[in-house]
Design a protein around this ligand. Sequence first.
Ligand code: ATP
Length: 376
Amino acid sequence: MARTIQLDSVNKEYQSTGTAHVAVDDLSLTIPEGSFTTLVGPSGCGKTTTLRMIAGLETPTSGRISFGDEEVTDQSPQDRNCAMVFQSIALYPHMTVSENIGYGLRVQGVPKDERTRRIKEAAETLQITEQLEKMPSELSGGQQQRVALGSAFVQDPDVLLLDEPMSDLDAKLKAELRVEVQRLHQELDATVVYVTHDQTEAMTMSDHIILLNNGRLEQFAPPGELFDRPVSEYVARFIGTPSTNLLTATVAERDGEYVLAGEGYTIPASADHFATRVGDSVTVGIRPQYLSSESGEHQLTVIAEVVEQLGTEFVVHGRTPDGDNIDVVSPTLGDVGQGDELTIGFDVDDVFVFDSDGQTICYGDELTTDPIHQSP
Ligand code: ATP
């Protein structure tokens, strides 16, 4: 039965050459029961360490981990009803696919008939029924990873932990297995935690995303919220492809109103957020998907450098006249050539504003909510 996973002030320090290295730093969060939650972030940010602590393969240096109402911090992995699939496929080479899938059940003493039934069910879900009597060496990488997933599936775990299970597969197999993993989640009554460094995978598969930054929690939210309401420049840049455009601007007061004045554009700024910041440098973030060659309240000049076709859309990689990198995603820019000067529009509602520490000051829809000209 799926269980909530709760981490309270979890820390993990490793000692290397006499100095302590903090791999996971004061992590507190609650992963909802039955959800598909992805741990994402760049290499070394603490994803695997966090997953291994949830599995019981690492003990936190401090803090508590609970499954439902039960604290499991000091419980062994076997006592947690938790299954884990690793990036490197770990199958027993001398056993058939069927024996590999059923091995965990055999160790637990599950009777043969019951084992056979569960192996068959797992194989059907993962579409490997035809392979059940083969040896692992006769399977492709994708099929081997399905067998590894099957071994986890048959155990009917409360918590299923997946550590980059697709990173060694080619793009097509990855796309197929992504669907299998989601199907698996729908059939299992389990809370799934999935580790990846691939933000596209995280965005497409998850109910919730945990984005880590150097061992610390940066944002924990549904994918759409990370895309539309990033709490920091780090989140805005990590989530979404191409990355969020970042333009510098200065907070100014003009004719009694606050504005953000950038190179070639000026946008309104609310007194609530900016009255105490006049003269400050801020960063205006705009997603490439929210820039348009055909509409927008405000305009930017973009000098095109490279144009890529992505299916039905084009990505123009260019620069502003001041040299800031800027990307535009649009279905209508296929005719653009290198060196073309484009006028690109955007709406204030679609921007993010970050302070000099990279923290979000406000979102576009908050820039115009409190005009400072109020009736006396
Ligand atoms: P990747 O995407 O590259 O797998 P990750 O986000 O999963 O990275 P972790 O493997 O959790 O990161 O590692 C987090 C940090 O802890 C890294 O700096 C790593 O070098 C360090 N670390 C992990 N395991 C150990 C260990 N057993 N001993 C010492 N340091 C470790």
